[in-house]
Design a protein around this ligand. Structure first.
Ligand SMILES: [Zn+2]
Length: 376
C-alpha cells in the first residue's frame, strides 16, 4: 500500500478522480490487456478476445473496489489517499500516511480483502439461483460470474499472505504491534514475510514457475524495504529538519554565470545549489544535471537563471524529520531548501547527508547509547 517508486507515476495515466483519489492505470497493465486480447484473438477470434479482455477488466474492477475498501477505511481515520495505481500484479493505494495505531492499521488493511469477500458472496448468491451451478473450484472454467467469484476468493487468499506488501503483512504487523513496540513488530513481520517469500522462491524453482519466482522476489524485497523504512522512521523520531540539514552550503545569485557555478561545483562537494534573486528570495535550485545540460547548450557565460529547477517545495526547519524525508523522497530533487520561520533560506536537506546521518545514528545505536562519545 505504500510505495515510492517514481516509475509508478511516470509510467501511468490518470483515468478518473473519485472522492479526491486519482485512479491511475500503469502502462504495463494496458500492455497486459493487449497481450491477453491478442492471444485470445489468435486462438478464438474476436469474440474470444472480447471475452478475455472483458473478464480481465472485471477482475481489475474488483481490484479497484478492493483498493477503495482501504481508501474508505483510511478516510474514516482522517487519512486521505492521493492516488490508486492499477498494475498487472494488482492495485496500489498510496495513502498520505500509514495509520500508526495497531487497531487502525488492522481495520485499514482488512477492509480491502473484505470487499472481495463481499463481491464473492454476492456472486455466490446470484449463482445459487442458476441451475447449472456447481461448487467445483477452477478459476479458468465455468460461467463468467463463477470465474469472477473464484478470482475474488483467490484475491482474498493472495492478499492475506502474511508478508509485506500484502494486506496480510499489515494485519500481522498490527497484531504484533499490540504486543510489542511498532519497530520490533515490523522487524518480526518482515522476517516472517521474507521466510514465506524464501519458501515461495524454492517452490517456484522446483516447479519451474517463473511468475511465482518474480512474486517471491518482489515480496522478499518489499519486506526488507518496509523494515528499512520503519527503521528509518524510528531512528528519526523526535528529530526536526533543523537537526539533519546541511548548514554549510553555497548559494548562487540568479544573475551569476554558469561558469561561476562550475567553479563552485568543482571546488567543493556540493552538487545542488539554491539560487536567490536580487531581492534575496529563493528563485530555484540549480542541480548538477541541470547545470551540465545548460553548459552543453549555452556555454559558460550564460546566466544560471535559465537553468533552474523552479522553486517548488521547501521545508520548514521546525517540521518533523520523518515527514520531511517523505517529501524529499517524493521530490525529483536530491535536496530541498530549508527555510526558517521568517522564510529565510537557512539550510539544505539532502539525501546524501540524511544517509550519512542514518549511518552515524545506526552505529551509535549498535553501541547501545546515542549520547556516548566516540572513544569514551
Ligand atoms: Zn489490499
Amino acid at each position: 500500500m505504500r510505495y515510492h517508486l517514481s516509475l509508478m507515476k511516470s509510467w501511468s495515466i490518470r483515468v478518473a478522480t473519485l472522492a479526491g483519489t486519482e485512479v491511475r492505470i500503469h502502462l504495463t497493465f494496458l500492455i497486459l490487456l493487449a497481450w491477453v486480447g491478442w492471444v485470445a484473438y489468435s486462438q478464438g477470434g474476436i469474440s474470444a478476445a472480447l471475452g478475455s479482455v472483458g473478464f480481465i477488466s472485471s477482475i481489475f474492477l474488483c481490484v479497484l473496489l478492493h483498493e477503495f475498501g482501504h481508501v474508505a477505511a483510511a478516510l474514516h481515520y482522517g487519512i486521505k489517499t492521493p492516488d490508486i495505481t492499477l498494475l498487472p500484479i494488482g492495485g496500489v493505494a498510496r495513502l498520505e500516511r500509514m495509520p500508526r495505531r495497531p487497531s487502525e492499521e488492522f481495520v485499514v488493511a482488512i477492509c480491502g480483502p473484505l470487499v472481495n469477500v463481499f463481491i464473492a458472496l454476492l456472486l455466490f448468491v446470484f449463482l445459487r439461483a442458476v441451475p447449472s451451478f456447481n461448487l467445483e473450484f477452477d478459476p479458468l472454467s465455468g460461467s463468467f460470474a463463477q470465474r469472477l467469484m473464484q478470482w475474488n476468493l483467490l484475491m482474498v487468499a493472495f492478499n492475506m499472505i502474511p508478508a509485506f506488501p500484502m494486506d496480510g503483512g499489515r494485519v500481522l504487523r498490527s497484531g504484533l504491534a499490540m504486543m510489542m513496540d511498532y519497530g520490533q513488530a515490523t522487524r518480526v513481520a518482515a522476517s516472517i514475510g521474507q521466510g514465506i517469500a524464501a519458501m515461495g522462491f524454492f517452490v517456484a524453482i522446483f516447479m519451474f514457475h517463473p511468475f511465482l519466482l518474480i512474486i517471491a522476489l518482489f515480496i522478499y524485497m518489499s519486506a526488507g524495504q518496509e523494515a528499512a523504512m520503519v527503521g528509518q522512521e524510528e531512528a528519526t523520531r523526535g528529530l526536526t529538519v533543523a537537526d539533519a540539514m546541511v548548514t554549510d552550503f553555497h548559494v548562487l545569485q540568479d544573475d551569476a554565470r554558469l561558469g561561476e557555478a562550475v567553479e563552485v561545483l568543482l571546488k567543493g562537494s556540493q552538487h545542488d545549489f539554491p539560487v536567490l534573486d536580487a531581492a534575496g528570495r529563493l528563485a530555484g535550485m540549480l542541480t548538477r544535471t541541470r547545470l551540465i545540460g545548460a553548459l552543453a547548450q549555452h556555454g559558460m557565460s550564460h546566466p544560471v537563471r535559465d537553468a533552474l529547477e523552479p522553486a517548488g517545495e521547501t521545508l520548514d526547519s521546525r517540521a518533523g524529520l520523518a515527514d520531511a524525508m517523505q517529501i524529499l523522497r517524493a521530490s525529483p530533487l536530491p535536496g530541498l531548501p530549508v527555510m526558517d520561520a521568517a522564510g529565510r533560506l537557512i539550510g539544505l536537506l539532502t539525501t546524501e547527508n540524511l544517509g550519512e546521518m542514518m549511518m552515524v545514528r545506526a552505529a551509535l545505536a549498535r553501541g547501545g547509547n546515542y549520547s556516548k562519545q566516540a572513544g569514551s
